[in-house]
Design a protein around this ligand. Structure first.
Ligand SMILES: Nc1ncnc2c1ncn2[C@@H]1O[C@H](COP(=O)(O)OP(=O)(O)O)[C@@H](O)[C@H]1O
Ligand SMILES: [Mg+2]
Length: 334
């Protein structure tokens, strides 16, 4: 197949700038792009790539000139704006080119974390109770809110804006963190009920017939159990910090009877309700009382080989090559 790999840059692309796997690995620190491109070549496909910053016409021109059978879409932003992520597959649909990964609808539903939760609540799925603090009209009081709370940016991903101070013991701390999110990240804030518990990542693959892979878990290692434990930016991305505290991702620890089935049923329901097709990673928390609570759905989860999605697939016996080929084969075109 002729495959065009589209990926986003957070800065303008220089004229004649080329992105070999070596450049992507050593200079740009893009493990997903490196792994996907290397794998596509290994599978014998003809691969070209395009770095996307702001040029719509660059995308259109490239698709016209290269005429790919499939676009492998790894774009998570446009013009450095994550809110524009759904517009990339939307453009590909208008161009009637087949593309891998999430459709615009799933991205729009899941990325609006408040809307996604509202839909799930309607279907009786347990989500953290929440209120919104709008940047243009910040909340001043939190009447009747049961603390502790968890305060996070409404439109960010990858634990951006998530730090120890996201955990708020009282109204004052929650309002202060929301103010910080409005000012520093220029976005709305979600003030949620804090859910204590194990953190589970459930990878789902497929269109109508779904495969739910064995869950993964974020282990908090030697972080004190007396303190709230959650995936801060550092806990997710800072290798030295992770090593220091023994924080790691791995196959989920054993569950009490019946829980694993509930985990996979819940992931499947969320996937369908949020109209995810192709692939998705559903993040849940399992409370000490054995309750499963939805945290977030990721319709285009990271596809780096060492990350949770590919690792879950591997645990179910699906090699990285088979996974990437599966995504190509199921690439959609409306
Ligand atoms: N309501 C909550 N209660 C407890 N922890 C939470 C809650 N919401 C988020 N977290 C923690 O913060 C992390 C990041 O939150 P998430 O909503 O997944 O945002 P992101 O899109 O940045 O990944 C989660 O993986 C979890 O560890
Ligand atoms: Mg998340």
């Amino acid at each position: 197949m002729k495959v065009l790999v589209l990926f986003d840059l957070s800065r303008p692309v220089q004229p004649n700038e080329t992105f070999t796997p070596e450049v992507l690995r050593d200079k740009e620190d893009r493990p997903t792009e490196v792994d996907v491109i290397t794998c596509l070549k290994k599978l014998g496909h003809e691969v070209d790539m395009l770095a996307v910053y702001e040029g719509v016409s660059d995308i259109v021109d490239k698709i016209r000139s290269f005429a790919p059978d499939v676009v492998f879409n790894l774009c998570e932003s446009f013009f450095n704006d994550r809110a524009k992520e759904p517009n990339i597959p939307a453009l590909l649909e208008l161009m009637r080119v087949r593309y891998t990964g999430a459709n615009p609808e799933a991205l729009m539903l899941s990325k609006d974390k408040a809307l996604a939760k509202t839909i799930l609540v309607y279907h009786h799925i347990r989500v953290p109770r929440f209120v919104l603090s709008r940047r243009t009209c910040p909340l001043r009081r939190l009447r009747q809110f049961l603390f502790p709370a968890f305060v996070k940016p409404l439109g960010e991903e990858s634990s951006d804006g998530i730090a120890k101070a996201s955990f708020a013991r009282n109204e004052e701390e929650a309002i202060e963190r929301a103010r910080f999110i409005h000012e520093r990240l220029s976005c709305d804030a979600m003030i949620e009920e804090y859910i204590e518990g194990r953190e589970l990542y459930v990878s789902v693959l497929g269109d109508r017939r779904l495969t739910v892979f064995p869950p993964r878990e974020l282990f908090f290692g030697r972080m004190p159990e007396s303190e709230p434990r959650f995936a801060t930016f550092k806990a997710k991305w800072d290798d030295a910090y992770r090593a220091n505290w023994g924080i790691h991702n791995g196959p989920a620890a054993p569950f009490n009877d019946g829980i694993e089935k509930k985990v996979s049923n819940l992931a499947r329901r969320v996937y369908n309700l949020l109209k995810i097709q192709s692939l998705g990673r559903i993040d849940l928390r399992l409370t000490p009382a054995g309750e499963l609570v939805f945290i977030e759905a990721n319709p285009n989860p990271s596809l780096a080989q060492e990350d949770d999605f590919a690792q879950s697939a591997a645990a179910a016996g699906m090699s990285y090559e088979s996974l990437i080929q599966r995504l190509l084969d199921s690439a959609q075109c409306s």
